[in-house]
Structures are given as C-alpha cells and as structure tokens.
Design a protein around this ligand. Structure first.
Ligand SMILES: Nc1ncnc2c1ncn2[C@@H]1O[C@H](COP(=O)(O)OP(=O)(O)OP(=O)(O)O)[C@@H](O)[C@H]1O
Ligand SMILES: [Mg+2]
Length: 423
C-alpha cells in the first residue's frame, strides 16, 4: 500500500463482467485486489429468495437487474411519488445522496397522492460517476435477492440516463443513529431495553448474512445503517459495500479498504483482508455506541476521547469501572449484571485478534440471554443525573468511501435536522 495514489485501477475484477468496465481513480487497493466470485449462477427463478435459500450471484448488470425481482421504476414515477423530490420530504442525507419520503399504491406500485397507499423511502444518488453506480448495483444485487425480517426491503430501483435511485420500505422510526445521537422532541433517548432489542435485531440481520444461506460480508455496519420500524425492530440497510464471503478453503476476501471511520476492524484496515469477523468488530463498535451514547469517532470530545473504542477499552475490561462509560441518560434502567454482560460482549466483539471475536450466532445467543434475564433492577451507580456531555453533538461523520481516500476529499458532512417526517 501507499504508492498507488492516482493510479488508474480496475476496480474489483478484471474477469467479472459486472464490474469489468468500471475503472476508478483510487489509492492503492492492494496487489491482489479482486472481486470474489461465488460459483452459483443466476437462476431464472422469479421468486424472492428467502432466508431459507441460497441467493444466486448474477454476473452482469443486466442479469442483476433482471434477477432482482423488484420493480423497475421510471424517473417520472418516483418524481411523482415524492412530489418532485420536495426538500421538505427529505428523510435524511448520506454520502451518496438524499433519501425522500414518497407514496405508492400497494398493489400497482404506481405513485399516489401523499397520505394514500404505502409510504416508501427513495434514495436518490448524487450523480458522481462509477463509484456511486457500482454501489447502487451492488445494493440491487444483494437486497434484490436476500429477504429476512432484519434486512430492509428493497421495493425497486430506477436506472435512467444518469439517474440512479433505490426504493425501500419506509422505516417509521428512522435510523439508530438518530435515536442515539440526535436531540429533538421526536428522538428521545432509547431505553436500556430498547437498546438491547435493537442490538439483538441488528445482530440477527448480520447472523443471517454470515450464514451458509447467504454468505455475505456486510462491511458497512454502523448506526445510520440500522433502521427501525414502528416497534423498534431493527433492519439493516445499505448493501452498497457488501461482498460475497470467501469460498472454498479461502479464509478471507482481499479488497480495497472501504467503510466508515471508527467502525472498520484493525486487521482489515491494515491488510485489506475481509472476513465475517470484520463485521463482528463493527458490531462491537455499535454496541459500544449504544451502551455509551457516544459516537465511534467524535472530534469534539477532549483529547484522548476522540476514538470511542480506544477510550472505552480499559473500562470495558474492568467490571467495576464500566459505569464510567455507560450513557448517563440511561439512568437506573439496567442491572449491574446486565450492564457487565453487555460490556463483556462488546469487548469480545472488539478483540484485536479476530480469532477471539465471537461469531454473530454467538452474539445473537448472548443478546437473547440478556433479554431473557430481564434483570433491569435499579443500580445506585446509575442514579447520577443525566449529563449533556453524552448527547452526541459531533457532526464530523465521514461519508462512506475508500478509507484510503482520507484527506483527499471532503471529510465531513452535516446531517439534516430532526424531522417530523418520521412521525
Ligand atoms: N428506508 C428508510 N426509511 C426511513 N428512513 C430512511 C430509510 N433509508 C434511509 N433513511 C434515512 O436516511 C438517512 C440517510 O441514509 P443513507 O443510507 O443515504 O446514508 P447514511 O447511512 O446516513 O450514511 P452513509 O452514506 O455514510 O451510509 C438515514 O440515516 C436514515 O435516517
Ligand atoms: Mg445508510
């Protein structure tokens, strides 16, 4: 790594027709960077792949779109569904564009008047070339085939001239990020029990992806990609960075280092070797964000506290000190035992050596036990008054991109403010 800046690199594959034509300017991606192929060929089946079947891996853009089994919308249809992408229907903004609220008919999927039919979320990509297109296509590839209660449902897409859009089921409670870090009347601090419920739902989503049925590495697990339905069931969104897991006797997939600062596993950052355990590390970061109410990276905090994992690690491993990292807004909602178990779980997921990390099935079991225990008795250590220092104020989130691009592009983006659109 290191001396490849500015080199034109054939992204991901030279032999894979999906991405064969995609060339992007990037930093070094590692000598053996390639797209990991899975043997399965695109099946002609029109039924949506369920949690009980293996998703075929399509090869070409045409095949992906044909196989996705979701609706192909025209740009005009989505324009009508979102009232011409009205600024006041923006649900949120990410590094690749804005997400708008819209309405369609449940059966015909045609645009309807606001307030009638079903609500959708329409992600409109900024027109920024091949990188955006590739992630758009990857998302259609995976979400168009995988179906699970803890994955957000892709309803359709639009590919018209330069326009790239994705249409999802609307998630009424928005992202976990909003609930953890945003102030405002709608986004109240999540209770301990809800945090544990959300953690379990998200863990189940990852466990499904890692299972033999799907064999997918998600690669972008973070609070903004965990969306919540009206009952706080968590669903993973944003599959633009997902990869097929290693096949045969391979232990990892070699790839560019992509993701979001603060969430990527150390060995992946160092080597570009991606495994399901990279997702487990990211899960540990998110669990820690949920326990602490702090962002993974927060430059507004005092020196020594910018990186959540580095700051919290010594406290996580000391049963008597974990209260120092727990979100004061939780008050006395948790028991000593429950908090210690959750902290121990986060610590295990965050093991520097990936072989000591649990797998996601084990994480699910541990979280289920925590739920079953329901030992939420009050703890005197947590009776302290809430402190505003735990209310996330940092807007320095980095857009999703090659981490090797750091410093060469705009590094932060402001979030839109809390929105009544979720009500
Ligand atoms: N299906 C949905 N239902 C409701 N709100 C959504 C939906 N999808 C996205 N959002 C909202 O839009 C925001 C932006 O989503 P998007 O995936 O574009 O970016 P992000 O995840 O915040 O950041 P990044 O680009 O780094 O992944 C989310 O944080 C969420 O609040
Ligand atoms: Mg997202």
């Amino acid at each position: 790594m290191g001396n490849c800046w500015g080199a034109q690199v054939k992204a991901e594959s030279s032999s894979h027709s999906v991405f064969a034509s995609v060339h992007i300017i990037f930093g070094c991606i590692g000598a053996n960077s390639r797209y990991s192929k899975r043997d399965g060929k695109l099946s002609g089946s029109s039924s949506r792949v369920s949690a009980a079947s293996v998703p075929p891996t399509p090869r070409s853009e045409g095949e992906i779109l044909q196989a996705s089994n979701v609706k192909s919308f025209t740009f005009n249809e989505l324009k009508n569904a979102t009232r011409n992408f009205r600024p006041d229907s923006v649900l949120g903004e990410g590094g690749f564009g804005s997400v708008f609220k819209g309405w369609i008919d449940e059966h015909s999927l045609a645009a309807t008047k606001p307030g009638t039919g079903i609500v959708i979320a329409v992600k409109k990509l900024n027109q920024e070339g091949f990188q955006g297109h590739r992630e758009w296509l990857t998302e259609v590839n995976y979400l168009g085939q995988l179906s699970h209660p803890n994955l957000v449902k892709l309803i359709g897409y639009c590919l018209e001239d330069e326009q790239r859009l994705l249409v999802y089921e609307f998630m009424p409670r928005g992202s976990l990020e909003n609930h953890l870090f945003r102030r405002g009347s709608y986004f109240q601090p999540l209770s301990w029990n809800l945090r544990m419920k959300v953690a379990l739902g998200a863990a189940k989503g990852l466990a499904f992806l890692h299972s033999d049925k799907a064999k997918v590495i998600y690669r972008d697990f973070k609070t903004s990609n965990v969306l919540l339905d009206s009952n706080y069931n968590a669903k993973l969104s944003d599959f633009g960075l997902a990869k097929d897991g290693p096949t045969g006797d391979k232990s990892h997939v070699s790839t560019r280092v992509m993701g979001t600062f603060g969430y990527a596993a150390p060995e992946y950052l160092a080597t570009g070797h991606l495994t399901a355990k990279s997702d487990v590390y990211s899960f540990g970061v998110v669990l820690l964000e949920m326990l602490s109410g702090r962002r993974a990276v927060d430059k507004n905090r005092p020196a020594g506290e910018h990186n959540l994992v580095e700051w919290a690690r010594p406290y996580l491993s000391n049963k008597k000190k974990i209260f120092r990292i727990l979100d004061t807004r939780l008050g006395g909602q948790y028991s000593l035992g429950g908090a210690q178990k959750a902290a121990a779980l986060a610590l295990q997921c965050l093991s520097i050596d990936s072989k000591y990390r649990l797998n996601m099935d084990e994480v699910v079991s541990a979280l289920e036990q925590l739920q079953d225990a329901k030992d939420t008795g009050r703890n005197p250590h947590t009776e302290r008054k809430g402190s505003s220092q735990n209310v996330g104020s940092n807007l320095h989130r980095y857009r999703r991109r090659s981490l090797e691009e750091a410093g060469s592009r705009k590094g932060a983006h402001a979030r839109s403010s809390a929105s009544p659109l979720y009500a």
